[in-house]
Design a protein around this ligand. Sequence first.
Ligand code: GLU
Length: 320
Amino acid sequence: MSGRYAPSPSGALHLGNLRTALLAWLQARLADQPLILRMEDLDLPRVKPGSNEQILKDLRWLGLDWDQGPGIGGPCAPYEQSARNPQYQQAFQQLLDNDLIYPCYCSRKDIQQAASAPHTHEHGPIYPGTCRDPVKRAAIKQRHPDKTTAWRYRVPSRTIEFEDRIIGHISQSLNREVGDFVIKRADGLFAYQLAVVVDDGVMGITDVVRGADLLDSTARQIELFEALSYPIPNFWHVPMMLDDSGARLSKRDGADSLEVWQQQGKSAEAVVGYLAFTAGLIAEERTISTLELVQGLTLDLLRDKLINHPSGQYVLYHAL
Ligand code: GLU
């Protein structure tokens, strides 16, 4: 049994990321299970120098600790995705051996132009499946002789159903709503969907607490957990923190950065109080430490409070 928090070091964490970190930490502490911290620095070009260290510093400053991960180590080391390529390669080989993936030579333009790609989801048009067919694949390859290969997962005609611990029943059709998705990118990097499943599987994660923006990825990940014979964890998709205009916070804006709050002289307890209050965990905004917060909650209470979160943060879910 273990939980995890898996930030991407593409910049300092904003208050929304920190609120998710607090909730993942609370879930693990209240369930009395270890918390693993994992750095999702797979996409090295997007990694911002220094943000790795900054993230560790900010989490510690708030009073959040972890049982395995950077600075501590543990049985599943390394805890940085950039150092876990052998594990991803092994899983990739397993999918290849089971004929669950195929090479794809389509350009973005090919996909957009395909008449049979009427649907889109959050990440662009649904892949029309062109390279599934070896004959069409050969033709596409000929058109782009220099293009390196991406690899796609051959989704079955299947609807994935699961019970999110916060959002409730979710159902998503892999073939109609997702399409064959990328497992390894044309630039040679393994895709987030593969890496996250391998890491959660190898690390024995039982509870995935993360932002609701990843709800749309979960059906794909459940399919991969099964294909790679890993147990499927519980998912807790927690509300996103929105700005005054109702938009999701972005690392780029820098407005809701911890640094600004620290410069204003706010204490860690004041920030934790704000995060807990906006997550609906405490009735009014006040200073509170992470330990006091744990003492005042149970796992069921945490869940109930998140389920009954007052704001309209679930808007995103309707996109599904
Ligand atoms: N690395 C992702 C992020 O920072 C989270 C991925 C996950 O929790 O599955 O948004």
